[in-house]
Design a binder for this molecule. Structure first.
Ligand code: ATP
Length: 136
């Protein structure tokens, strides 16, 4: 097999299903490129775009709060939320980014709100990136 099946799933639905020659994700220790027939493993993912590359095509998916399960013939990403470029409301993400930035400026670093705002900012930045770059 020279491709691997890829599925991105949230508690609500299957957001993406396709085949890849390589899948690029951001694991806890940095960027990982997974090829078909990789040995099985599981890793948490950072809030980041997931790239699914195939011959001549590349799909981009905004993923937050996720885990990736790699098997030889299938990569499954389980995420709290995941969006395709065409489903992203960039204006909403922009508003969310500004709200998060305001909260970061207003709260102390040891505050729970600070951590929440950092995560919200990261989600917004990834959505803006995927929503503006990945549109076909
Ligand atoms: P917001 O402050 O705009 O609600 P958020 O980061 O708090 O953003 P989440 O809690 O991560 O939002 O997501 C809630 C639901 O809304 C998820 O189903 C997610 O896919 C969807 N969603 C969030 N932001 C966007 C967006 N900009 N465009 C499309 N769907 C979005």
């Amino acid at each position: 097999m020279d491709t691997v099946k890829v599925e991105v799933v949230t508690p609500e639905r299957v957001v993406y299903s396709g085949d890849a020659k390589i899948v690029v994700v951001k694991g806890i220790e940095g960027e990982l490129g997974i090829l078909p027939n990789h040995i099985p493993f599981v890793t948490p993912l950072k809030i980041a775009p997931v790239q699914v590359k195939n011959a001549g095509s590349e799909d981009l998916i905004a993923v937050s709060g996720g885990f990736m399960e790699v098997r030889k013939d299938k990569i499954t990403i389980l995420a709290e939320s995941a969006e395709l470029p065409q489903d992203i409301d960039v204006n909403r993400a922009q508003a969310s980014k500004e709200r998060a930035e305001r909260r970061l400026a207003e709260s102390r670093q040891d505050n729970l709100d600070f951590k929440r705002a950092q995560l919200a900012l990261q989600r917004a930045l990834v959505r803006i990136q995927v929503g503006s770059k990945g549109k076909k």
